[in-house]
Design a protein around this ligand. Structure first.
Ligand code: TYD
Length: 138
């Protein structure tokens, strides 16, 4: 899947004197049906998370609090996105290698995912991932 499909998407933001409200609807604000939500929190400074790709999974990553970077690669090109607003998120299509770093203190990273957790959907070894990309392109 091309890295250009991975995009920052803006979510609705309803603001009034009581504060802000943002919502996400499956297949409307994100291009997949949401089957799972997980979140990273209490991340020690200097930590790196991720370091894997998914074969089939679609994901949408939101900084619910604080900030962090998401570095993505399709095995050819690399991009770095800084997430720091809870009404923006980064959509990741399948077969994208990702790493999360530069977590601020108090950062909360929420991930919406298109399927339940399945270790068989992961490439955790970069060389194995690259071989799969090469096979797909040849
Ligand atoms: P890991 O993939 O290392 O997290 P990250 O993507 O942040 O680097 O996952 C850490 C552990 O949590 C690993 O043993 C798998 C487990 N896990 C689940 O059981 N369910 C889930 O939905 C996720 C995302 C991870």
């Amino acid at each position: 899947m091309p890295i250009n499909d991975c995009k920052i998407l803006e979510l609705p933001k309803i603001s009034d004197v009581r504060g802000n409200l943002t919502f996400v609807e499956a297949n409307r604000h994100v291009p997949f049906a949401i089957e799972r939500v997980y979140y990273l929190y209490d991340v020690p400074g200097g930590s790196e998370r991720g370091g894997h790709a998914h074969k089939e999974l679609h994901q949408f990553i939101v900084a619910m609090a604080g900030s962090f970077d998401v570095v993505i690669s399709d095995g050819r090109d690399e991009r770095r996105f800084r997430l720091n607003r809870s009404y923006f998120g980064l959509y990741l299509c399948p077969m994208i290698w990702r790493q999360l770093d530069n977590f601020s203190s108090g950062a909360v990273c929420m991930v919406l995912a298109s399927a339940k957790y399945d270790e068989a959907d992961y490439y955790r070894d970069y060389d194995e991932y690259l071989s799969a990309v090469d096979r797909a392109l040849s």
